[in-house]
Structures are given as structure tokens and as C-alpha cells.
Design a protein around this ligand. Structure first.
Ligand code: EPU
Length: 348
């Protein structure tokens, strides 16, 4: 186990802001994770667990304790009748795993193609896109419980998946370190094409899109929105969607539509949003003065999607936070809705 000191964290994230970790370790095994936990306990150091770094805003001061990067790899599978269970190390690259599953003609994750980050991060915020959410296919999650330092396998129900949430980022935040995720998938199932973007992409096709076609389509759509990490594309120096789509009550929704009507605007609504009473955060941001490409300083809005805050090259975490507050303030003033950030804030 090699622990290094004063390690810059910005390069380990997609947004590329923030200061160093006082101590840093990449753990390649469960045993190393346990040792790292002991190290931080014995020295009374706060512990932060890092995955792929794609959903993080790290403060300019960095992290005063130990940053533990989970580097546990390995993908095993067990076959059932028409199902297959994949046991995947938390440190595996998510998209590499999705690509492998699709190549084997196994359905359930194809819509989650092109999402940056690690496998271990996916249960935390119940990663979702184009109608699929990992909560639908996760069978269980192997964790180290920091309360008693025991290994536990938490079943899907115990994880309490919901829109962008689970116990890991709500009721039990900070309690567990995710070591392995087990996905239950279907052999040869059909591609899930439910969202408008995907339907539009395949309109006019005279054959049924395969899982591989769907993966390809999702990656192209994501790239068009700057939500795919493409080397050299400045619009993807971001943490993905910076705000959650707000879930409104019937009353709140009515008040919002009234405000829109007063401005001669219509709130976008389509089945994907309506089923969960969600409204588009991207639309709210755009209609509060922050259009695509906004800003010519160190931070701004992506030229491809209003929901992504981009680091234009030399932003600090303070710049990002100030800009985020500016957006929240304007959206609340104009629309009466407080947008909730989606990324995790570290060391603030
Ligand atoms: N819109 C705008 N301006 C924009 C972009 C979108 O007004 O710049 C409006 C349009 O009306 C559009 C609607 O917002 O139809 C929805 O946009 P989009 O389909 O791009 O989806 P989203 O709600 O912004 C969500 C997830 C994404 C996920 C996509 C596809 C959240 C916060 N975001 O985005 O997840 O990939 O749907 O399913 O739930 C992420 O969480 O980081 C993420 C990228």
C-alpha cells in the first residue's frame, strides 16, 4: 500500500477544478481498502472515496485527509436460465463494462452508454439516461460498512433507488464504501427505445435497432450534447448535468405554468418528464438568461447543453460555485424554483 502526499485532485475529475489531497491512495483490493480505512482512523483523518471523478466539484483547498481512489477491477459472470449476473469491481470503467455487455448481446444497460465514471459510482446516484436507471438492474452491492468495518451485501431493496438517489447519497451517506456491484441482466433482450431522442434517431430505419445500434446512437446523442468525454472538446470539461430536474407537486407545477403563460412561454412536457412530475432544469436555466455558450470568463454554460457548467480552462472551484449560485438565484427569482445541484461537493 503506497500512500502519497499532496496529490492534485483536479486532474482526477472531469471538471478539472480543486486543490490537492493531503494523503492519497489508490486501493486495488478489498484488503487495501480496509488498510486505508485503518490509516485514516488511526490518524483521525477525514476520508473521501473517489471513483471516476465525473460528478465532483472539489474545493480549492482540496481535501484535508485521505482520498481513497477505488481501483478494484475484475468482471465475473454467472449464468442463469435466460439471465446473467455480472459481478463487477467498483473501480472498473463504467463504459468499458457497458460496451462488453452490449457486445455479448445482453440487454439492460445499452441506454447508459457513454457515461463517464466508475462502476462503483453508479448505485450512489442511481445513474440514469434514456429511460434506463442502474437501480433497475442492480441485484446487490458489496460494501465495507464503516460503522463496524464489516463487509456486507446490500440487496436492491435496501439500496432504496429513486431518481438520482439511493441510501448511499441520502440516509446512509458516508457509511459504506462500495467495493463491487452485481447486475442482473437479460440474455438477448431487446434494446430499450423509449425516449424521444432515441426514437427520432431511429425514425426511418427499416430494421429493429440492435443493442449495439442503440449504444452507438446514445453515444452520438450524448456527444451532440457535450455529455460524452471527447478529448479536445472544451464543452465536456464539466461535471455533466449540474442540476437535477426538479420534481414538482401539482400546485407548484400549476404556478410554474402560470408564470410561463404570463411570458407567452410553454414549459416543455413529454412522457419521460411527466411520469415523474419532473420539469426540465435545462429549460429553466436557458429561460433565466443563461443560454448555451453563455459566459466568456473562466466558467460558462456548454455550447451544447444548458445544464452543463463548463470550466473554460482556468476556472477555480470558487468560480464554479459563484456561477452556480448566480444561476440558482436567477432561476428562483424568475421561476420560483430552487434548483438542486447534481454533483457532489467535496471539501467545502
Ligand atoms: N433543454 C433545453 N435546453 C438545453 C437542453 C435541453 O431547454 O440546452 C430542454 C428541452 O426541452 C429538452 C429537455 O430540456 O427536451 C430535456 O433535455 P435532455 O433530453 O437533454 O435531458 P435532461 O433532462 O437535460 C436528463 C438527465 C441526463 C440524461 C438525459 C437523457 C438529469 C439531471 N439529466 O437530462 O443525465 O443523460 O436526461 O436521459 O436527470 C446527468 O445526470 O449527468 C445526465 C447527463
Amino acid at each position: 500500500m503506497v500512500i502519497t502526499e499532496n496529490v492534485p485532485l483536479a486532474p482526477l475529475t472531469t471538471l478539472k477544478v480543486g486543490g490537492p489531497a493531503r494523503y492519497f491512495l489508490e486501493a486495488m483490493s478489498v484488503a487495501e481498502v480496509s488498510e486505508a480505512v485503518e490509516f485514516s482512523r488511526s490518524r483521525n483523518l477525514p476520508l473521501f472515496v473517489l471513483g471516476g471523478g465525473s460528478n465532483l466539484v472539489i474545493s480549492d483547498a482540496g481535501w484535508p485527509g485521505l482520498v481513497l481512489k477505488i481501483g478494484i477491477t475484475g468482471i465475473n459472470h454467472r449464468h442463469g436460465h435466460d439471465e446473467v449476473v455480472f459481478e463487477v469491481g467498483a473501480g472498473e470503467d463504467w463504459d468499458k463494462f457497458v460496451g462488453m455487455v452490449v457486445t455479448h448481446n445482453i440487454a439492460g444497460l445499452e441506454c447508459l452508454s457513454g457515461i463517464p465514471g466508475s462502476v462503483g459510482a453508479t448505485p450512489v446516484q442511481n445513474v440514469g439516461a434514456y429511460g434506463e436507471e442502474v437501480g433497475n438492474t442492480i441485484e446487490s452491492v458489496l460494501v465495507l460498512d464503516l460503522r463496524d468495518r464489516q463487509l456486507r451485501e446490500l440487496g436492491k431493496e435496501e439500496c432504496a433507488f429513486s431518481y438520482r438517489t439511493s441510501i448511499f447519497n441520502t440516509s446512509e451517506r458516508g457509511r459504506y464504501i462500495i467495493l463491487q456491484v452485481n447486475y442482473l441482466l437479460k440474455h438477448g433482450g431487446e434494446a430499450y427505445i423509449a425516449y424521444a431522442d432515441l426514437k427520432k434517431y431511429f425514425a426511418g430505419w427499416n430494421k429493429k435497432p440492435t443493442l449495439a445500434d442503440t449504444r452507438d446512437a446514445v453515444k452520438k446523442i450524448r456527444a451532440g450534447k457535450g455529455m460524452l468525454i471527447v478529448p479536445g472538446d472544451d464543452d465536456c470539461r464539466s461535471a455533466g448535468s449540474f442540476f437535477k430536474n426538479p420534481i414538482l407537486s401539482a400546485d407548484e407545477y400549476e404556478r410554474l405554468t402560470a408564470r410561463a403563460a404570463a411570458k407567452n412561454l410553454q414549459i416543455p412536457s413529454y412522457p419521460a418528464l411527466a411520469t415523474q412530475k419532473k420539469v426540465s432544469a435545462a429549460w429553466l436555466v436557458e429561460h433565466s438568461g443563461f443560454s448555451k455558450g453563455y459566459g466568456n470568463g473562466s466558467v460558462g454554460i456548454s455550447r451544447k447543453h444548458a445544464l452543463a457548467i463548463v470550466n473554460r480552462g482556468n476556472a477555480t472551484a470558487a468560480d464554479v460555485v459563484a456561477f452556480k449560485e448566480d444561476i440558482q438565484g436567477r432561476v428562483e427569482e424568475i421561476w420560483g424554483i430552487l434548483l438542486e445541484p447534481e454533483p457532489v461537493f467535496v471539501g467545502f
